[in-house]
Design a protein around this ligand. Structure first.
Ligand SMILES: Nc1ncnc2c1ncn2[C@@H]1O[C@H](COP(=O)(O)OP(=O)(O)OP(=O)(O)O)[C@@H](O)[C@H]1O
Ligand SMILES: [Mg+2]
Length: 371
């Protein structure tokens, strides 16, 4: 049934295709005006896109758009000698929009010129599905972090696949990844030196020079793979909708993370401590019509202060009315509903991506300063 639904939603291609971009979108992404884009096209050193059959309008493929952004956003690109910054999107609470936020980050950052590796560590495989790959039907063990967890491989490279989205590579997930919850502690029992929390971190070592950003989507539980995702990360994004229950459980997230960090730090060699470059709380799925949310938003602000990102992701029907399981706002080529609704959602996600990019650029700067 899922397969049938997917082919219907993705018809006529039966596979996902990335959107096309207009000259004004290219201009906005590059921080120039449209006249400059036309001028630069006349110089002939950047892709000129294609004119639409009806004439007049230029359309650029994603790969072409990325060539433009890489050229115009040089100062935000990964400096030579720096490694990928790894971001985990996490919250032990389910349905807070972890996967959507992870996908938006991967899409938004790659569109801005970065090379992204997306890693799905959730056996539900939602991030995998968003890439147009069906966990049950199309994902094998070798395409996942399973071999790392079972100890049959120490390198994530063989699991990496290209995707429909230029600039995003994917390590997929599928239900069999649940086995990792048994194999990780079992290995620890059999070989006490095996450090169950450090498996993904070590597996990523060979590819940290090949990507600019690594985005990890984690399951809604404090599981062994979640711990691996957090331990591998340089920065954490915790989406929290402004509802009382979600707020309460996100508070537990931080205290459990702190406990865990303290425990694991004490297992490491003396003096080695896990340091994150950034921690961000993201107000997600904010429902303007919900009378309770302003109060909860205040609690969140009062609790997390400067850790709360200065943006709110509105609860939106832009993706939930169509292809919700298979697409984000950034996949929509032409929105059929209200232009205002669409723009509000895209503007919020754009701002979110910009803020995370700032943190990434800042992390590279800090490292350069330190070395
Ligand atoms: N801003 C939004 N407005 C409306 N619906 C949203 C928004 N963000 C996410 N959703 C929808 O909410 C549902 C849960 O989102 P998502 O899968 O991203 O959450 P999650 O935290 O990854 O869930 P899980 O804990 O199961 O992994 C999805 O159906 C998604 O399409
Ligand atoms: Mg998810």
């Amino acid at each position: 049934m899922v397969e049938q639904i997917r082919s219907r939603l993705l018809a006529p291609e039966a596979r996902k295709i990335s959107p096309l971009y207009s000259a004004s979108q290219i201009a906005t992404l590059c921080g120039v005006d449209k006249a400059h884009v036309n001028y630069r096209i006349s110089k002939g050193d950047l892709p000129s896109g294609k004119l639409t059959p009806t004439g007049g309008k230029r359309e650029f493929t994603l790969a072409e758009a990325r060539q433009w952004t890489r050229t115009y956003r040089m100062e935000k690109m990964r400096p030579a000698g720096q490694r990928a910054i790894c971001i985990a999107v996490a919250n032990f609470k389910g349905g807070v929009s972890k996967t959507t936020s992870a996908m938006i980050l991967a899409q938004g950052l790659s569109l801005r010129g970065h090379r992204v590796l997306a890693i799905d560590t959730d056996p539900q495989g939602s991030l995998t599905t968003l890439h147009g790959v069906l966990p049950e039907a199309e994902v094998t063990e070798e395409m996942t972090i399973s071999p790392l967890c079972h100890g049959t491989s120490g390198d994530i490279t063989p699991a990496i696949r290209s995707t429909y989205w230029d600039g995003i590579d994917l390590v997929a997930a599928a239900p069999f990844l649940f086995n990792a919850e048994f194999s990780l502690p079992a290995r620890q029992m059999n070989a006490p030196g095996s450090r169950f929390w450090d498996v993904l971190n070590q597996g990523l070592e060979p590819v940290r020079d090949l990507y600019d950003v690594i985005v990890i989507d984690t399951p809604p539980a404090l599981s062994y793979v979640t711990i691996n995702g957090l331990w591998a990360a340089d920065g954490i994004v915790v989406p929290v909708p402004p509802s009382g229950l979600d707020f309460a459980s996100s508070a537990q997230f931080w205290s459990l993370l702190a406990d865990l960090g303290g425990n694991l730090d004490s297992q490491e060699q003396a003096g080695v401590r896990k340091i994150f470059d950034f921690l961000h709380v993201l107000l997600s799925r904010v429902d303007q019509a919900d009378a309770a949310s302003p109060a909860v938003r205040q609690w969140i602000q009062a609790t997390y202060g400067e850790f709360v990102l200065p943006v709110e992701i509105p609860k939106t029907s832009v993706t939930s009315n169509k292809a919700a399981e298979f697409a984000t706002v950034y996949d929509v080529q032409k929105y059929d509903g209200s232009a205002k609704t669409y723009k509000r959602a895209v503007d919020a996600y754009d701002r979110f991506v910009d803020l995370i990019e700032e943190s990434v650029v800042e992390a590279w700067r800090a490292r350069r300063g330190a070395s």
